[in-house]
Design a protein around this ligand. Structure first.
Ligand SMILES: [Zn+2]
Length: 374
């Protein structure tokens, strides 16, 4: 059995160590030590140089039964702001932050679940497939750690990402593709009271473009947003430059492309009407994935969940995670529920009972994979 109280303790130890994105070195050292205590040697790759942080991804290999596919287990070690000085409050098995920071269960619940699962497998001598355990950095700022991995050096043919939601048994099997946009809308500066006719108001040009855009939930699988607008210097100057930033996401790549074109064109046309430019920079943030019910990685988790007497459920996610990157690199991966609620807010909380159930689920999944390989 995986004890919820031991789970809570390990989780609290992890969240007490600050690890905002790009400053994960201390918590990675802690995880490294926990793995070493189990006899598992972990090494850091060289992601720090690429992502610009103080830590790299932590990678551990655990040999398993022969004939079984190598399985990737993943959680990310960075947390969102405000995430420094987290002081977890435990009431029975429910853990909350003190109310001034996030709790960091996204994704230290996942880290704790992986550690508990490995400890349980090794302590009990349970059969399991060969494992590639990867603790990624800088997930929250654009899946940077996962993108910096050397995929040529990985053997995993399927992956479980422990970075899910609250309800036991929920499998996030699909996630959208996303684009980020930044436009630099050019105007002409002039004194707003003395000679405004010599100027061109870049805020007005940007506003015309934005007013034409369909935004929000565009259909059941597509969303778009303008999230940042910065322009102008003072009320008495016609603004020369306005920078606009936005995003679009869709589970359908076709719809995403259409929305991308529409957004870029709206700015081009508004700029053209005023004989100026709106330079667009468009970056693909991550690619969508959709793992089918009958694919191995999902089927194992599904049946393991049923073996434990829980109800497995498939859900489509609305955001990006390291699972997008693993899928893009040919490792079919799904996201398992880990227990946290209200993540990315100061009201974030998690029940250690849930985390323990999730660790049992992961354990059962791995045992099932090993049993069927023998
Ligand atoms: Zn996360």
């Amino acid at each position: 059995m995986i004890d919820p109280h031991a789970m809570a303790q390990e989780f609290c130890e992890l969240v007490r160590v600050d690890s905002p994105s790009l400053r994960e070195s201390e918590v990675n050292a802690l995880i490294h030590d926990r793995l070493a205590e189990m006899g598992i040697e972990a090494r850091a790759d060289d992601a720090a140089a690429t992502v610009g942080g103080n830590a790299s991804n932590l990678i551990a290999r655990v040999p398993g039964v022969s004939g079984a596919p190598t399985v990737l287990l993943n959680a990310h070690t960075d947390t969102v702001e405000p995430g420094c000085g987290i002081c977890p409050q435990i009431e029975d098995t429910v853990i909350r932050s003190s109310g001034t920071t996030v709790l960091g269960a996204d994704d230290k619940a996942g880290c704790a679940i992986i550690l508990a699962t490995l400890r349980h497998l090794l302590d009990k001598g349970l059969p399991h497939p060969p494992l590639e355990v990867i603790f990624t950095v800088a997930e929250e700022i654009g899946l940077c750690g996962a993108q910096a991995l050397d995929y040529g050096a990985l053997e995993a043919s399927m992956g479980y990402v422990l970075d899910g939601g609250r309800t036991m048994g929920v499998i996030t099997h699909a996630a959208p593709s996303a684009y980020k946009f930044e436009w630099s809308v050019r105007g002409i500066a002039a004194h707003a009271g003395v000679c405004p006719e010599r100027g061109l108001n870049s805020i007005k040009v940007a506003a015309e473009a934005i007013a034409e855009l369909p935004l929000g939930r565009l259909d059941f699988e597509t969303t778009a947003n303008i999230g940042v607008i910065r322009g102008g210097e003072a009320t008495n100057i016609v603004p020369e430059l306005t920078v606009v930033r936005g995003e679009a996401r869709s589970h359908s790549d076709e719809k995403l492309e259409a929305q991308r074109e529409l957004m870029v064109r709206a700015f081009e046309e508004a700029a053209a009407r005023h004989e100026t430019t709106a330079e667009a920079s468009v970056t693909s943030t991550y690619r969508s994935f959709d793992v089918a019910r009958d694919e191995q990685v999902l089927d194992y988790a599904w049946r393991a969940c049923e073996r434990l007497g829980f109800d497995p459920q498939m859900e489509r996610g609305g955001g990006g995670s390291d699972a997008n990157v693993f899928n893009e690199h040919g490792i079919p991966s799904i996201i398992l529920a880990t227990g946290p609620a209200e993540v990315h807010t100061v009201n974030e909380w998690v029940d250690a009972q849930r985390m323990a159930e999730s660790a049992r689920w992961l354990t059962e999944t791995l045992v099932l994979i090993a049993e069927e390989a023998q």
